[in-house]
Structure formats: structure tokens, C-alpha cells
Design a binder for this molecule. Sequence first.
Ligand code: PMP
Length: 432
Amino acid sequence: MSKNEALFLRAQKTTPGGVNSPVRAFRQVGGVPRFVKRAQGAYFWDADDKKYIDCIGSWGPMIVGHAHPAVVKAVQDAAVNSFSYGAPTEGEIVMAERICQLVPSIEQVRLVSSGTEATMSALRLARGFTGRDLIIKFEGCYHGHADSLLVKAGSGMLTFADSTQNAPSSGGVPQDLVKHTLVLPYNDVEALELAFKQNAGKIAALIVEPIAGNMNLIQPSATFVKAMRDLTTKEGAVLIYDEVMTGFRVALGGAQSLHGVQPDLTCLGKVMGGGMPMAAFGGRSDIMNKLAPIGNVYQAGTLSGNPLAVAAGLANLDIITQPGFYECLGTQTKKFVNGLAERAKQAGVTFSVDSVGGMFGLYFSEKIPTSYADVTASDIEAFKKFFHLMLDNGVYLAPSAYEAGFISIAHDDAVLAEMFSAAEKSFAALAR
Ligand code: PMP
């Protein structure tokens, strides 16, 4: 028995399903999850000492590669001063200042410890600010696991829930709560216009992944982006860009900088913490001023603004703000997906690709999908086989056809060459 197998069996005795977050369990693709021992740059090593090229980067955060020496040093330096105080620090001010400077729609920001906390708090704030209950979200978008957002949710929920029901995607979520969530198809301007018309004066917020990454990578059309901003402004609803995944990932200023849109609130996470548990929500100061301790919308956290997370996040920001960082990241990611598409074509496999900045999508379909319905119609069986072929050849892709992938600045040409060689063998085997 391999060490990974032994660890998986052992883990299942004390942890439900053997993992602390569902997609890690390989439920869609089958097989034994890899237990990671250590990681460096673009690589990680599993319990059996097999080396993999990492194409998920902790689901986004590891944009500068694993264990970057400057980030490691920042954390070590911070650790000697203890790990948490429950009182404010100057580092938190610096973090807030940097976020406001890099994402200009954010005038004020609150630090939290996970993306789920960021979106959940942003929603409560939007409801408190508008005095309304209804929220709009889109099919296949995942915004963390807060109750009112687990309706037709993406990510692991696409694998684990019966997503044909317009009901909670999770057990334990009251139908009563979900009735305040309107779920619309992504990229459907007509449906959006109709929803605002039918619920005039009742919508507190529209929350969206401005470039979706939890139903594989799906880009919005320009008309959809414009309609979301125009309709929320007209109706006095709060436009929430959930940039937990896209923030500092698709561009330094996030998806909003690519769209030329100023959302009212933005949620951040992943890259901003450089792999440490840190996230944030922020935006217009008139809305943010409704938050406790100055406003009546409550939100708090024992570990919020944690000094080690702030140290890692700031060191990470220093690297990604270097000139040319995103040009290089975008080029490597494009080279990677185009290289894969070429090899699929050579092997005669139906396959398409897309990427934005350091985020990519691989689809076993003729065309790049534009909705949740498109994604679920792609060839999931082909994906599963390809995933395992790539894994055997030393490339760790997201273990689900419904997730985007992530490239880091450590994925240089030598790493790409290794991935292409793995892809060539994998596509050839898939075609046989
Ligand atoms: N929003 C988006 C867009 C996400 O991708 C995620 C996590 N993948 C979350 C929210 C939730 O973040 P967390 O897992 O840190 O709670």
C-alpha cells in the first residue's frame, strides 16, 4: 500500500471523508488523494515522495510560487513577536492602505480570515445598508459556504449536490433563507433585466464572480458586465464583486480593472494572504461606515488581521507589484494553455482552453463555455481520464472539471516544457 493510501485510510477514521475541504477528496475523478509533504516554487512532493507540477497553487493564493524566500522570511520575522494579539497593529493599516491604493473602488476595507467570511459579511452589510433582503447570485458561482449563498453554487457543490433543483445546494440550509436568494444564469442579460423589473425596490445586492472560476473558468460578456453595473445603480442595489479568486490574480487591480467597473463592495482573499488565512471586504466608505463599531451591522473576528498573515500578505504584495509581474504571468499562462491545445489537436482530442492573467480553464468541449449549462455539457469522462494521466505523468491539475486552474510566476519555460511532455503523452493515451 502506498503512503498516500495509508494516510487516506487513516484520515477517514477521524475526519469526514478524510479531508478538510471536499474537493481535495478526488470524489469527481476517483482515486487516492495526494497528501502533500512539502512544496517549493512550481512543485510539490507527496507522501510517497513523488514530485508534481502544481497547477492549483492552493486554489489561487500561491501566485509567487511555493515557499518564496522573501515571504518565508517575512513570516519568520513576524513569528518571533508572537502570533496573535487581539489588539490592532500597524501592519493592518499598511495592508489596508495598500489594498485601497491597488483597488481604487475600495475606500475602506475590513480584514477577515477567509473568503467565506468576506462574502457573508459583505452581504450582511449590503442588507443593512439598503434595508432590503433579496440578493441576486448566478448559477455556478461559488461565494463560500454561507447559508444564503449555497444555492446553485459552483465549486465542490457542483460535484456533491443535485444541482438540477432550484433549492439549497446543501443540507442544513433552510428553504426560508434561500427564498431571499434569486439565482440567475450567468451571462444572461435578459434574465437579469427581468429580475430587477419584477423585484423593483427589493434587491439589496447582486453578488458575482466577475470572472467565474468555480464552474471552470467562464468569462462574462461586456454587455453582461455593463448590465450588472447599470441595473444595480438604477435600483439602488449594492454591486458586490466577489474577487476572492480573481483579485490580484487576473490583474493587479483584479477583474474590475479589466472591466473598467467600480463595484460598490469587493471581496478579496487567496492571493492577498499569500497562502495564509486572510481575506477582506471593502468598498464605498458610506457603506463600510455601517459596520460595527461605528455602524449597526455586526462583524468581528478573533484572528482578523492576524500579524503572520499580514506579514505574508505584504511580502507577497511586494513581489506582485514589481513591474512586469503580470505581463510575465499572463504570458506563461497563455503559453501553457495554447501548448496544451496544440497537443490535443495533434492527438485529435476535442478540447478548448482559455486564460486570464494567471488563471486558466481547460474544457473537453468544442467551444469555450459561457455558462454553467455549457460547462456541465462538456465531456466529464474525458476530463477524468486526462486528469489521472497527467497526475501519473507528474502534473497536478484541479481534481474537478468544474474548477479553474492557476499558474505561478515560478512556472517558467523549463516547467512548461515538462508539462507539455506530460500533456503529449496524456492526450495520446486518451486518444487511443
Ligand atoms: N468566493 C470565491 C469566488 C471563491 O473562489 C472562494 C473559494 N474558492 C470563496 C469565495 C470562499 O473562500 P474561502 O474558501 O476562503 O472561504
